[in-house]
Write a protein of this length. Structure first.
Lengths: 193, 133
């Protein structure tokens, strides 16, 4: 596990940052975890996430539990579909104090039914827009739990062939304002208001 | 495997042809254990496919993932098909939160206490519902 303190200024924070003239933004704290492709470790990751959000951020306890579910669903998706047994998945937590939490989960792309970013984006959109109640055992994690409880959900293809899933939740849940660069042109970028 | 204990208890009822059980969960339901533990519940349907009334006691359930909710939805379908009913009692706030976000609370009623859940499950039997001998 590695912990980086990356000092960032307003101008280097991506897209939806609000310019605070003359002020120095707090450091974005990044924690990276790599784990084997085994569900066995998920309870530990959930506990870590719960305590991380509770103790290191200003999100409420309700949100700490929600992030517990979010990380479980993201990691489980990577384990089940993204990385084969014996490989690893990588989890990156980024906390911008008083602003947002961002979580990224990378798989190795070696999973049995690994999907490309565009394919999974389409699948999630279909499931989110389903008018019929889902009576299946599977298919709720990403479109329901993760999509509902985050402000941004983005899938991207890593250069090494794996998939990255990025979620972001703003502490104050502002409406999306003007952005630098237009993420809306990226079909893999789902912005949730 | 993440720890989860499931205790199934029969409750005596005066209404004929009704089978009433409480199912108490203690621990966490996740990918490591949910498939295996779900078999215990499916076994109930095999034994009593009709008029099965289930009270899920979630007071000690700390976490449930989306697949366990999927199973819960399937159980609801099976119980309903057989003329029975499912209620949930004493779910913790984080569990209720998950159930609400996936819409399961629109299918299965959740009650803050076991007594209220029993009353809702079998109103005419609520005073008589006691552990089976």
């Amino acid at each position: 596990m590695g912990i980086n303190n990356n000092e960032t200024t307003t101008s280097s924070i991506n897209t939806d940052s609000i310019n605070i003239a003359g002020s120095k933004k707090e450091k974005v704290i990044e924690i990276c975890i790599t784990m084997p492709t085994q569900a066995y470790f998920l309870s530990g990751i959930r506990d870590f996430t719960l305590n991380l959000i509770k103790n290191m951020t200003e999100f409420s306890e309700q949100w700490a539990y929600r992030f517990q579910s979010i990380i479980d669903e993201l990691c489980n998706n990577a384990i089940e579909h993204g990385s084969k047994e014996g490989e690893i998945i990588k989890i990156i937590f980024q906390n911008s104090p008083k602003e947002y939490i961002q979580i990224m989960v990378d798989d190795s792309g070696t999973g049995p039914d690994h999907l490309k970013a565009s394919e999974i984006t389409k699948l999630i959109e279909e499931r989110k827009n389903q008018k019929v109640v889902n009576h299946l055992i599977r298919g709720r994690g990403l479109p329901k739990i993760v999509a509902e409880w985050t402000d941004e959900l983005e899938f991207s293809d890593n250069p090494d062939g794996g998939l990255r899933v990025r979620v972001k939740k703003n502490l104050n849940d502002p409406k999306m304002k003007e952005k630098i660069g237009n993420n809306l042109e990226n079909p893999n970028h789902i912005v949730l208001n | 495997m993440t720890e989860i204990n499931i205790n199934i208890e029969d409750l005596a009822v005066s209404t004929p042809n009704i089978v009433l059980k409480t199912i108490s969960f203690k621990g966490q339901l996740d990918e490591t254990n949910v498939d295996e533990k779900a078999k215990l519940i499916y076994a109930l349907f095999e034994k009593d496919p009709k008029n099965l009334y289930l009270l899920f006691n979630f007071s000690d359930l700390e976490y449930m993932n989306s697949k366990s909710i999927g199973y819960l939805t399937d159980w609801y379908g099976k119980v309903s098909e057989g003329g029975g009913k499912i209620v949930i009692a004493s779910a913790r706030p984080n569990i209720l939160d998950i159930l609400e976000v996936v819409g399961l609370t629109q299918l299965i009623n959740c009650y803050p206490s076991i007594d209220e859940a029993k009353l809702a499950l079998l109103p005419e039997d609520s005073a008589n519902a006691a552990p089976a001998a």
